[in-house]
Design a protein around this ligand. Structure first.
Ligand code: PMV
Length: 313
């Protein structure tokens, strides 16, 4: 018997870094997915196969002793098969580039939690999300859970530390052109750098947090009418704030400039320091934006918002 589930990646549209200090962020799921297939095996082993490698272990190992990006799958399988006699085989297929801030690990945790748990019994989306966040904590202990939430439910949502998640009702029709710097980054290191910036520039940082909060409220209003031109202006403004807190670099600045030249606005998405940027477009400027990136030899691809979230087969 096999069970299959897929979950989308995500993009932080607005508010990364400031969200750590209580400001709202806006995230959306994207139509690039990770698909996980789980099947029971007679041999009591947990084996995981993906395009970034393999992991094969007996159950009951200490998670802290496993040094593999695949350990969330091991965590999930080990937890779920505790009351059964079976082993488990997991196959992961991804069309989300890995480790560049597009939610690949959250999508793995959500699709993994769904595929593995549904091999044994029905689980609701809420139960799957809870399991997925537990699994994500094996690789990023301080996760807010925002990524797993948007990967589970799809669509756009606002998030803040105090109030958690609220799904945004509007269904904007924009395209995001995502360009990858191919520079690896560590979210934890960059978040620590921003903390240092804050400690050395308390007043400026507090002013930027206020400006970012105002910007997010404006975007939430503009989303109601799908005012892409105004939203694009906010993308540009948000990028300026990110530059100020020191998470950009020459390559990212150049990419943002290229993205901006034909689109409504471009900015870093996620931690920065590397990873990806996006350019906000609609049908009128999508192709020219892609052309600009390609002419300048940058990897890029277009996505739309995914409104489906977790899907099980
Ligand atoms: O690089 P990503 O997509 O994992 O995003 C990190 C987002 C931060 O705001 C920088 C950190 C956080 O925990 O919210």
């Amino acid at each position: 018997m096999k069970s299959k589930a897929s979950a989308p990646g995500k993009v932080i549209l607005f508010g990364e870094h400031f969200v750590v200090y209580g400001v709202k962020a806006i995230l959306c799921a994207i139509d690039k997915r990770i698909t996980v297939t789980a099947e029971k095996t007679k041999e009591r082993k947990i084996s995981i196969k993906s395009n970034i490698g393999k992991l094969e272990l007996e159950p009951n190992k200490l998670i802290s002793e496993i040094n593999s990006p695949l350990k969330p799958f091991y965590y999930l399988a080990d937890k779920i098969i505790k009351n059964y006699e079976t082993g488990i085989k997991i196959t992961v297929e991804s069309d989300i580039p890995l480790g560049v801030g597009l939610g690949s690990s959250s999508a793995c945790c959500v699709a993994g939690a769904a595929a593995i748990s549904r091999l044994f019994s029905y689980a609701t989306k809420e139960e799957i999300l809870k399991l997925a966040i537990e699994a994500e904590k094996t690789i990023f202990e301080n996760t807010s859970g925002a990524d797993c939430t948007v990967c589970t439910y799809g669509g756009i949502m606002e998030y803040d530390k105090k109030n958690g998640f609220t799904k945004i009702k509007s269904k904007p029709n924009f395209h995001l052109v995502i360009a990858n710097s191919n520079i690896e980054h560590s979210t934890e290191t960059i978040v620590a750098g921003v903390r240092e910036f804050k400690e050395n520039n308390e007043e400026e940082f507090s002013r930027l947090c206020k400006e970012e909060s105002k910007l997010i409220e404006d975007v939430l209003n503009e989303l109601k009418t799908n005012n892409i031109i105004e939203i694009g202006k906010k993308v540009i403004q948000n990028q300026e704030y990110l530059e100020k807190i020191g998470i950009s670099n020459n390559k990212l600045k150049e990419m943002v400039k290229i993205g901006h030249s034909e689109s409504f606005g471009a900015k870093i998405t996620g931690a920065g320091g590397g990873g990806c940027i996006f350019a906000l477009t609609d049908d009128s400027n999508l192709n020219n934006t892609i052309k600009q990136f390609k002419n300048n030899k940058y990897d890029c691809f277009a996505v739309k918002i995914d409104f489906k979230g977790l899907d099980t087969f």
